[in-house]
Design a protein around this ligand. Structure first.
Ligand code: KE4
Length: 429
């Protein structure tokens, strides 16, 4: 067992001033139990906690640290620009460069607006869809997570699923009534919702590869089917690419899976760890956004110069070295192969879902294709696995309802250590 006495002391102190001692619930280790680990610093693929323990990091700050922590060019850019001011509240050329860079990397974006989180990006995108279509309802999928805006806290994934919060107090019945839900990958259910709410649905918002119930891939034809329903019914298709954007490919899931969205949201990688989100799409739709149109959306720190230079520096690296994506996928496939071998030898049921550098393990004898199957897995066993790995210096997401995120600083030795640690700890599960 690692010595985590300083983390323990900090956690009890934190709870005196911060709800649950954390600024985001998924960090609280509630579903896996135990004391959240307080981090001191990180470099490349490694985290260092306040007790001096080192961990191989498979969270990458829930996605942003795709090239590893304290990536030199990003750090240098932040240090340089911080000296000019940390915010102006006025437009800067940096914001134009960031928008132009994103437009050059992703399909179907003529106009893009910067915000400060994935939540803001997604809540703004559905407001745009409602303003553009003059319709009120949205369809989201059980277990998908689009941030904590009221409309999305209906059968959501990530922390909402982790804490099994069926309906979130404070989200009114009025708001929830405009959010229709069905199972991920259930195209027939979407057809039925569209038929019974003809002319009422503004948008379908979907994680093109789900990462908030573990990693769940779209079934063949699922995304294409959503595209067809949207075309037929005048519904906007919103790809929530907060996780998949700039992670699965330079052009994200739209590029990799070859399905066009009408609006797309970004976060995480786009800010290189700084608070950045964005939403964008075709000019015909985005021109409803104020001050061009009347769909109001704003933010004091939207396009913040430090966040912009951090994101711009990272995205530029990804654009100029697209081979990174192949490297990341190869590392993930190597990890998957090794995990498969040790888990298969163990003889207990398990499933590994993976696409690109997103991967998750589920202790289940059935395929994990939606929220119900993710919830029916042996997640108590996952909690034991989490702690067994943590004690061996491997930091996994503290919930079975999360995807792992590989970073490109991971070495073969790190992957081998992760595979070995898994093999060693299975007997404890
Ligand atoms: P943020 O508001 O947390 O920046 O982004 C919300 C969001 C939107 N869409 C998708 C697909 C997301 O995965 C997220 C946030 N992801 C979680 C991790 N599953 C953030 C971790 C947290 O809540 O602390």
């Amino acid at each position: 067992m690692n010595n985590i006495s300083v983390s323990k002391a900090l956690f009890s102190r934190a709870q005196e001033s911060i709800p649950g001692g954390v600024n985001s619930p998924v960090r609280a280790f509630k579903s896996v139990g135990g004391t959240p680990i307080f981090m001191q610093k990180a470099k490349g693929a490694y985290l260092y906690d306040v007790d001096g323990n080192q961990y191989i990091d498979y969270i990458a700050s829930w996605g942003p640290m795709i090239l590893g922590h304290a990536y030199e060019p990003v750090v240098k850019a932040i240090q340089e620009y911080a000296a000019y001011s940390t915010s102006y509240g006025a437009p800067t050329e940096l914001e134009i460069k960031m928008a132009e860079l994103i437009k050059s990397m992703v399909p179907n974006v003529d106009l893009i607006r910067m915000v400060s989180s994935g939540t803001e990006a997604c809540m703004s995108a559905i407001r745009v869809a409602r303003g553009y279509t003059s319709r009120n309802k949205i369809i989201k999928f059980e277990g998908c997570y689009h941030g904590h805006a009221d409309s999305f806290l209906v059968k959501a994934g990530s922390g909402v699923a982790t804490f099994n919060i069926q309906s979130v107090p404070g989200v009114t019945a009025g708001v929830s009534a405009d959010t229709l839900t069905c199972a991920y990958n259930d195209l027939e259910a979407v057809h039925q919702l569209a038929a019974s709410h003809k002319g009422e649905i503004a948008a379908i918002i979907v994680e093109p590869v789900a990462g908030n119930m573990g990693c769940i891939l779209p079934a063949p034809g699922f995304l294409e089917g959503l595209r067809a329903i949207c075309d037929q019914e005048g519904i906007l298709l919103i790809f929530d690419e907060v996780m998949t954007g700039f992670r699965l490919a330079p052009g994200g899931a739209q590029e990799l899976l070859k399905v066009d969205a009408d609006l797309v949201t970004y976060g995480k990688v786009i800010g290189a760890g700084m608070p950045v989100g964005a939403f964008g799409g075709k000019k015909e739709i985005m021109q409803v956004v104020a001050p061009l149109g009347s769909v109001y959306q704003a933010g004091t720190l939207s396009g913040n110069p430090i966040a912009m230079i951090a994101g711009y520096t990272l995205l530029s690296e990804l654009k100029s070295n697209p081979g990174i994506y192949k490297e990341l996928e190869e590392k993930t496939l190597y990890l998957k192969k090794g995990l498969d071998e040790v888990l298969a030898a163990w003889g207990q049921p398990y499933v590994i879902n993976q696409l690109g550098s997103m991967i998750s393990i589920h202790f289940s004898e059935h395929a994990i294709t939606d929220f119900a199957s993710a919830g029916a897995a042996n997640n108590a066993r996952f909690a034991k696995y989490f702690h067994a790995m943590l004690n061996r210096g491997i930091y996994l997401p503290p919930s079975a309802y999360e995807s792992w995120f590989l970073n490109n600083a991971l070495s073969k030795e790190d992957l081998d250590k992760t595979i070995r640690a898994t093999g060693e700890c299975l007997a404890e599960l």
